[in-house]
Design a protein. Sequence first.
Lengths: 111, 112
Amino acid sequence: GQQVMQIPQYQHVQEGEDFTTYCNSSTTLSNIQWYKQRPGGHPVFLIQLVKSGEVKKQKRLTFQFGEAKKNSSLHITATQTTDVGTYFCLISSGSARQLTFGSGTQLTVLP
Amino acid sequence: DTAVSQTPKYLVTQMGNDKSIKCEQNLGHDTMYWYKQDSKKFLKIMFSYNNKELIINETVPNRFSPKSPDKAHLNLHINSLELGDSAVYFCASSQAGRQPQHFGDGTRLSIL
């Protein structure tokens, strides 16, 4: 089956610092989605990447899809305390049968 | 209106009991899912279902069974609950198999 590695598992940053989480797959992906889960909350969809080399921005968040469609990153510029939570990637390859969440990166932002 | 709603929000029960968690979506989506999130926050897909096909994660014990009375509902029934079933269970829905998913608020299941 498909596997995905997400790193780092934990990240503590000072408010204002940047943050990046990475997802790496062993297989070529059809697409990749990113979700954010606040403490005590449920995952909330952020973005979907489909094309090789795609880059999308949402305010301070930048999402990239690798040229080979095997990896992706989420970068947050100048973190704020509202960015606290766990960020997950969700990968799919082949048919829609194969859906796998990354292990998540728990972000703590220190004021 | 809540897009994906699941009940109950909390479920505390004894080992060996049978329980159900209900999920309803009002988004008109044709695919629904059940996920288990353990204490380490790993999100594992258990089932995905649309009006044509039930896809089961082969690692899920057959004590777990999804039941869909119609396109807007996917309930989760669990037989003979075990201690290791303690987790947060999320229901989700999407327009199609690879489209963005909308999650319910989760059901926190605690087995005594």
